[in-house]
Design a protein around this ligand. Structure first.
Ligand code: ADP
Ligand code: MG
Ligand code: MG
Length: 199
């Protein structure tokens, strides 16, 4: 069973990973965006760890909803509302249970990814974070490690795609040949689940 501490560890591990990879995320956002994805994510996840320490939410659902709200209010870019929606919607789906199963987490993240697609209008193949998140939730039923590998594979597979959503889509065919920054940060977020579980 996964308790509030597990979800706090997840968010803390994600924040640490974003800190380590911020320069790379910004470098990926430079040829097909506005070179701010690393700093956007860093600002957002630093605020998430701070608010989780300050308010100490005590259920999995409350941790994710608070984290999501914080991302929405601190990240100006497209990724803030999208990641915020992912976590808020997943948190809502977990309700107020003190502990949840891995299956419930998988279902909740599925609901979160559906909400991201509804908000941003992207579907798999549009060269966005959705390309990492959808395969990740598909593999979550197997293990966190399988989900992490699927997310990483999905992120790498965005390279030959032409962007159809977000800033990169303004470039048309010139967006081809670059890995999507948001799909890359999504892979970091899912990899942090493995760390939180101590797998
Ligand atoms: P901005 O583009 O506003 O500067 P970021 O650089 O922080 O925001 O985030 C860019 C990432 O957000 C993209 O790489 C892409 O993965 C994701 N993204 C942008 N628009 C959408 C959308 N409509 N649906 C899903 N993901 C999107
Ligand atoms: Mg950007
Ligand atoms: Mg921006």
């Amino acid at each position: 069973m996964l308790d509030a501490d597990f979800f706090r560890r997840w968010m803390t591990a994600a924040a640490a990973s974003v800190d380590r990879e911020a320069e790379r995320l910004t470098a990926l956002d430079s040829p097909i965006g506005d070179a701010d994805h690393g700093s956007n994510m860093q600002r957002g996840f630093r605020a998430v760890t701070a608010v989780l320490e300050r308010e100490a939410p005590d259920t999995p659902g409350a941790v994710l909803q608070l984290a999501g709200r914080q991302l929405i209010s601190t990240v100006g870019g497209a990724s803030g509302p999208l990641y915020g929606t992912l976590l808020r919607r997943a948190g809502k789906a977990l309700g107020d249970a003190a502990e949840v199963t891995e299956e419930q987490l998988a279902d909740a993240l599925r609901a979160g990814v559906d909400a991201v697609m509804a908000l941003g209008g992207a579907t798999p193949g549009d060269k966005t974070m959705v390309d990492a998140l959808v395969p990740a939730v598909d593999a979550l039923g197997t293990s966190f490690e399988a989900a992490s590998a699927a997310a990483e594979k999905g992120a790498v597979a965005t390279t030959p795609l032409q962007a159809r959503k977000g800033r990169a889509s303004y470039l048309g065919e010139r967006s081809i040949g670059h890995q999507d920054p948001g799909a890359t940060s999504s892979a970091l977020l899912i990899a942090a689940l493995v760390e939180a579980a101590g797998e």
